[in-house]
Structure formats: C-alpha cells, structure tokens
Design a binder for this molecule. Structure first.
Ligand code: KG4
Ligand code: ZN
Length: 360
C-alpha cells in the first residue's frame, strides 16, 4: 500500500491531496466559483490561468498539512481525462515535473474513476464487485465495477447529466451558479408534491422503456414552461416548491433505475459518486429504497463528493499497489470512456528513474 500526492485540475477546482492507502492525510481544494459566477458557468481559459497560479501553493499546503516531505510520497498523480484540456494540462505538467524531479512514478487518473474511489475513503473494506451510480456535472451513469480498473456501463443519460440539469434549472429559478447546492437547500423547505413533473423515460425501438437509461431534457423543458406560467399567475413565486418538485423528480428517476439495476445484476452494494452524491434528497431516498431491498448503499464523505484531489489519489493508490504507472508522454484528453482506464497504465514492472524518463 502506498502514499500518493494527487493533483486535480479538470474543471474549476484546483485541488491537491495526499492519501496513504485509504486515509486522507491532507486535502486542499481551492474553488474558483467567484471567478466564474459572473459568467454563469466555467470559462476554460480563465480556469487554466487560475490553476497555474494556485497549483504550486496548493501542493505546498498539502505537504505542510499532511506533515510529510517528498520522501514519504510513493507516487505522484494527476487527473488526465476527461475534462478541459488546458486545465488538465496544468495539473499533469506539475505532476510530471515533480515525478521527474523526485524520481517517483507518475500516474494519470481518469476523473470518473476518481469519483468512484471517493467512496473508498469512507470504507476501508470496500471491494468490487459493486454498482456505482455516478452523478456529476458532466456525467450520469450506472457502472458495474467488476474488479479494480474493470468497468461496464449499464445505463446512462441520453442528454443532460443530472448535475447539469440542477445547474440549468437553478438558472431558471435565478439561484445562480452552481445550482445543485442551492436547489438542495431550498428543496428541504419546499413541498415535493406541489408540481407533478414528468420523469424522462427512454423508449426502446422494440417497445417499452430502457430500464436503466434516463433523460433530463424533457424535465428541463417542463420546468421552463412551468416557471414561465407560475411567474405570470402568482403574486409570490413559489421557488422552494419548484425546487423541491424538480429535485424529487430527478431523485426518483435515479433511485428507481439504480435499485432496478442492482437487483437485476445481483449487486448487493451500491456506491454513489460525483457532485450530485452530495444531494440530501438523493442520499435519503436512495438509502431508504436500498434498505427496503436489503441492499447496501455507500456515499462518499460530503467533502469528497464534488471535485477534490483525495479521490484522484485514492484511485492512483489502487493502481500503484498493482505495479501500474503512466508514461510521461501521457496526454490530457477531453474525452475518454471509463472502460478505457487501463490504457492509461503500463503493465506490471518496477518503474525506475531511467525508465520513467525513457517511457516519456
Ligand atoms: O463532480 P463535480 O464536482 O464536477 C464534475 O465532475 O462535473 O459535480 C459538480 C456538479 C454540479 O452540477 C453541481 O450543481 C452538482 O454537482 N452538485 C449538486 C450538489 N452539490 C453539487 N447537485 C445537487 N445537490 C447538491 N447538493
Ligand atoms: Zn467531477
């Protein structure tokens, strides 16, 4: 078991963490929210520049907070895909440079694999196989984790990701960016039954509906119409009821598909990952449904649901333990399916300094 320092810069968080096995020694997250809020979303060029300014101080802070120096670090990791290429490049270049400087193995990590590994940080005994509901700002998938590094996508969204739907609906409700946490807070005081909304189902050519795929674009359109209508008809805008009704519909869609998938595939453990895993409605409803069906559901600690370095480090530790490392030529990629994770690593061998550089 090893100790990894990992850098995450795939979007708008500059994050660095040090993880020893499954224990987080330090986790530094500098969110760029205020910088991007004025634009209503992440501006890639602005994000890259900010990463460049913040990455070195974040590395220094992570080492200081963990009270370790480079001799305690067995590997240096960075998110390499998917994400904003310019932003990814900052973290990867920093990690590769440190790997060369301190003669340590470098590991590129798939961002979504990191989100799956966030749950490992809350359970020292978690082992595959299990089902992962991955719900972030860019992805919504049901993934069967067969073994370490072995993934099969069983269901996914056909249009918007769940987090994206939260963000777009929050904008409709004038709640700003990012929308998920704001809707979550309001939903807690609203009536989820106030406005019945359609749960997007995905039709199959042979008839019936896909059991695990979902769609949020119809729900978003329904919300847009509803908001316009309510604004016209009501003196007081029922923002909490709208937020609660929307959240209830999304959570019900996710819960139904996740439970059906786990049962059909005989997977007794469900792991949730991604920013939307922080949603209190999802945590409560999925937990209740899982208990009803004698399934176990595991959520990451709150601070490791949204983007962070600890989840990237946790995934890198698992690969490092299996003798894997990445060549220094590894490129940042805006897209990469999670099923291609093993392409990021060289096969079992002991990385020495020469090989690290030649492999690059
Ligand atoms: O995983 P993440 O930090 O970044 C991506 O990899 O996309 O997820 C960010 C997403 C955003 O869409 C944000 O609105 C959503 O996660 N989110 C939430 C909550 N906290 C963050 N959505 C619903 N409820 C929350 N509490
Ligand atoms: Zn993420």
């Amino acid at each position: 078991m090893g100790t990894v320092l990992a850098i995450e810069t795939s979007c708008d968080e500059t994050a660095v963490a040090i993880v020893k096995n499954r224990k987080v020694l330090s986790s530094i997250v500098s969110a760029q929210l205020d910088l991007h809020r004025q634009y209503g979303g992440v501006v890639p060029e602005v994000a890259s520049r900010q990463h460049l300014e913040w990455v070195n101080p974040a590395i220094a802070q992570a080492l200081a907070a963990a009270q370790v120096d480079w001799t305690a670090i067995d590997g240096i990791a960075a998110t390499c895909a998917p994400g904003l290429v310019g932003a990814l490049l900052v973290g990867m270049t920093a990690a590769k440079t440190l790997a060369m400087l301190y003669q340590k193995p470098f590991l590129g990590v798939h961002h979504l694999e990191g989100h799956i590994y966030a749950a490992y940080l809350s359970d020292a005994d978690l082992q595959p196989p299990f089902l992962c509901l991955l719900v972030s700002g860019g992805h919504t998938s049901l993934i069967r984790v067969q073994d370490y590094g072995q993934y099969e996508v069983l269901g996914q969204t056909r249009d918007d990701a769940a987090g994206e739907a939260f963000d777009k609906v929050a904008r409709l409700l004038d709640l700003g960016y990012p929308g998920g946490p704001a809707i979550d807070r309001l939903a807690a005081v609203g009536d989820p039954q106030a406005f019945p909304l359609p749960e997007g189902k995905v039709s199959l050519p042979e008839g019936g509906f896909h059991p695990y795929d979902c769609s949020f674009s119809g729900l978003k359109t329904a919300m847009r119409r509803l908001v316009a209508q309510v604004r016209q008809e009501r003196a007081v805008f029922p923002v909490a009821d709208l937020a609660a009704s929307f959240q209830y519909t999304v959570v019900r869609a996710l819960t139904r598909r996740t439970i059906a998938c786990a049962r059909d595939y005989g997977l007794e453990t469900i792991v949730v990952g991604g920013g939307v895993a922080a949603n209190r409605g999802l945590r409560a409803q999925l937990q209740a449904a899982a208990e009803e069906h004698q399934l176990r559901v595991l959520f990451p600690p709150m601070q490791f649901c949204t983007d962070n370095g600890a989840m990237i480090a946790a995934a890198a530790v698992a690969h490092l333990d299996r003798g894997r490392y990445s060549p220094l030529t590894l490129a940042a990629q805006s897209r990469l399916p999670i099923t291609a994770v093993m392409e990021l690593y060289a096969s079992r061998c002991q990385p020495g300094p020469k090989m690290l550089i030649q492999g690059g």
